[in-house]
Design a protein around this ligand. Structure first.
Ligand SMILES: [Zn+2]
Length: 80
C-alpha cells in the first residue's frame, strides 16, 4: 500500500465507514509506520468533521460535500 492510495482513497472512505475490513487493517498498518500518512489522516479527519458539522445543518448533498473536500485536498497538495 502506498501513500498516494492511502490519501486519495482510503482516508475518505474510512471516514465514511465505507471500507472493507481487510483494507482497514492494511490502512492502519500503513499509518502506524508512516508519519506522513498519520499526519494527513489526522488533518483529513478534522476537515471531514468540520465539513460534516456544517453540512449536517445545511443538508448539503453528497456531491457538494465531495466538492468541498476535493477543493481542500487540492489546496493541501499545493502546500507541499
Ligand atoms: Zn504513507
Amino acid at each position: 500500500m502506498d501513500c498516494k492510495k492511502v490519501m486519495e482513497e482510503l482516508v475518505f472512505r474510512l471516514a465514511d465507514d465505507d471500507l472493507a475490513q481487510d483494507l482497514i487493517v492494511a490502512y492502519r498498518q500503513h499509518v502506524e509506520c508512516c508519519p506522513h500518512c498519520a499526519r494527513c489522516t489526522k488533518r483529513t479527519r478534522y476537515v471531514l468533521t468540520v465539513v460534516r458539522e456544517r453540512t449536517a445543518r445545511l443538508q448539503a448533498p453528497k456531491h457538494l460535500r465531495l466538492k468541498i473536500i476535493a477543493g481542500l485536498s487540492t489546496r493541501r497538495d499545493q502546500l507541499h
